[in-house]
Ligand binder design. Structure first.
Ligand code: PRP
Ligand code: ZN
Ligand code: MG
Length: 225
């Protein structure tokens, strides 16, 4: 549990969401001194600390109450919830808001030279992914008996490296698939960044600070429409 009296927010240290997260916090009026190497940044004008971590760790940190809030992609949230469900760990969070950045699709892809393929092609194949739980649920629902190869990074090189026949990975602009000669297939999940809160947060001061920030967030979102 986060026993600090300061509201602790987890954001991605470096990656697709980090710039947008930093500018969102700024637009919410949270002044931060974000020095490159620092894990924790203390706000200079509000009782808020920002923890900068790997995006994959954010849902767990919020579920376990190490952080009060987190900004993370729905893809990572859904995967962590399913994984924790499977092993019987707490996995509840309160989703406070869907954010208007970080859109991406979790999609199947395979080597371009194979041309268009139907779902049946995946039967008996090896599919590399960072999202094994979401992929396994999809495969079960579609009655596709395929093996799932878990990779934490560089998923797009797996077919060329002979580690898998196909992949299931995030696609944003499509540049990564293109650069690796992969062809995009069915979308399994669409995702945006979202703001999540620990489900058991009961500190009055923190809750009232969050209640002060939420209307601002609404304002920031409306201003962009
Ligand atoms: C994803 C994915 C690809 C890239 C696709 O990684 O794994 O590498 O984005 O984007 P594109 O279609 O615009 O080329 P991401 O940076 O989201 O996360 P990661 O660092 O957790 O793999
Ligand atoms: Zn990640
Ligand atoms: Mg990546």
């Amino acid at each position: 549990m986060n026993t600090s009296t300061r509201l602790r927010i987890a954001i991605q240290k470096s990656g697709r969401l980090s710039k947008d997260c930093q500018s969102l916090l700024k637009q919410l009026g949270i002044k931060l001194n974000l020095r490159e190497q620092r894990l924790i940044a203390h706000s200079t004008n509000m009782p808020i600390d920002v923890l900068r971590v790997r995006d994959d760790d954010i849902p767990g940190l919020v579920m376990d109450g190490v952080c009060d809030l987190g900004i993370v992609g729905e893809n990572v949230l859904v995967e962590t919830q399913a994984e924790r469900e499977r092993v019987g760990q707490p996995n509840a969070v309160e989703k406070l808001s869907k954010l208007d950045f970080g859109y991406c699709r979790l999609a199947l892809a395979w080597p371009q030279e194979l041309g268009q393929q139907s779902k049946d092609w995946f039967k008996g194949k090896r599919i590399a992914t960072t999202y094994p739980e979401i992929l396994k649920q999809y495969l079960a629902a579609e009655n596709i008996d395929a093996s799932v190869v878990m990779l934490t990074g560089s998923v797009e090189v797996a077919p060329r490296a002979g580690l898998a026949d196909a992949i299931c990975d995030l696609v944003s602009t499509g540049a990564t698939l293109e650069a690796n000669g992969l062809m995009q297939g069915e979308t399994i999940l669409e995702s945006n960044a979202c703001l999540i809160q620990n489900a058991n947060l009961n500190d009055d001061a923190k809750l009232s600070l969050i209640n002060k920030l939420l209307p601002r967030l609404k304002g920031v979102k409306q201003a962009k429409e």
